[in-house]
Design a protein around this ligand. Structure first.
Ligand code: 5GP
Ligand code: ZN
Length: 136
C-alpha cells in the first residue's frame, strides 16, 4: 500500500520515533500525542479495520500490546493508560491502517472525561444482543 502512511512508517520509508519492531509489528510515537509517550502499535501488513484483520495476525499484534503498554507506562511514569482502536470515520479513525493507541494517563488529567452513557429501557438490551449474535 504505497499511499498508506502507516505502511510506509512500518517499512521505514517514512521516518518515525520507533518504540519497538519485530517481523509482524511496528510501534512508534504518535506525531500529535494526547500525552507524553502516546504510542501507536500497527501490524506491518495493511488491514483497515480490526474486523478485517485475520484472527491469527490480530492475536500476534495483541500479544505485543501488553509488553509495549507496560514499557510505555513505566517509561513515562504514568498512573495508567488507555488502549484504543478507532474503527471507521464515525469512530474517529483518520488513518485507514489498523492501529492501537496506547495513551498514558495521569490521575485527574481530564482526558476522556466526557464518556456519554445511558441506560437501556426494558427488553432493549436483549433485542440488541440478538441482532449482534445473529451477525456473528
Ligand atoms: P486515528 O484517529 O486514525 O485513530 O489516529 C491516527 C493517529 O495517527 C493520530 O493520533 C495521528 O496523530 C497519528 N498520525 C497521523 N499521521 C502520522 C504520522 O505521519 N506519523 C505519526 N507518528 N503519527 C501520525
Ligand atoms: Zn497500510
Amino acid at each position: 500500500m504505497d499511499d498508506c502512511i502507516f505502511c510506509r512508517i512500518a517499512a521505514g520509508s517514512v521516518p518515525s520515533t520507533k518504540i519497538y519492531e519485530d517481523d509482524t509489528v511496528f510501534a512508534f510515537l504518535d506525531i500529535a500525542p494526547v500525552s507524553d509517550g502516546h504510542t501507536l502499535v500497527v501490524p506491518k501488513s495493511h488491514f483497515e479495520y480490526i474486523h478485517d484483520c485475520p484472527a491469527e495476525l490480530l492475536g500476534e499484534v495483541c500479544s505485543r500490546i501488553g509488553r509495549i503498554a507496560g514499557a510505555v507506562q513505566r517509561g513515562v511514569g504514568a498512573d495508567g493508560y488507555n488502549v484504543l482502536c478507532n474503527n471507521g470515520r464515525a469512530a474517529g479513525q483518520l488513518v485507514g491502517h489498523l492501529h492501537f493507541h496506547i495513551i498514558p494517563r495521569r490521575s485527574g488529567d481530564g482526558v476522556f472525561d466526557k464518556w456519554l452513557s445511558f441506560k437501556y429501557p426494558p427488553a432493549k438490551a436483549e433485542r440488541i444482543a440478538q441482532l449482534i449474535r445473529k451477525a456473528m
